[in-house]
Design a protein around this ligand. Sequence first.
Ligand SMILES: [Zn+2]
Length: 160
Amino acid sequence: MTTTDSDTATSRDRGKSGAFMPARDFMTAVRELGIDPQDPRMLKLAEHQRFVEDHAPKVIPPCPAWCVQPAGHDYDGTDGSGEDLTFERTHVALDGERLAIDAILAIDAMEHNHHGTVATEVPLLYVNHEGNFDAEQARAFAAELLSAADLLATITGRAA
Ligand SMILES: [Zn+2]
């Protein structure tokens, strides 16, 4: 079995409290789902999306050198409420999609941008696996885990 985008998204979305989608994309999604865009609840949600979009950082800082996401990747979540919003995005060093075994290994760190003050968490290794390994799979997993640990040590400056 291979990992899927949704598996990877789950690992990346840890700790995220609010999805951020541009208002026009939101309304497109509403129409595609067959929901009446004039429904008052949809209008209220669209209004909120526009508010968030209007308050999004105008300048996106550079990624850490180890991030494999496209340069300048956008914020994809928010924390807080009202005008006191913190915009969040995840820098990714390893997304686990290359794993040959049915497990997710991810190395990432969330960036928080609060009115232009940017703080990025220390990258950590995330492991997710359900089910059992046979001996061959266990060895493959151990090799992937060691490789990920080496990468983490390198990007955090703690190489063994
Ligand atoms: Zn990044």
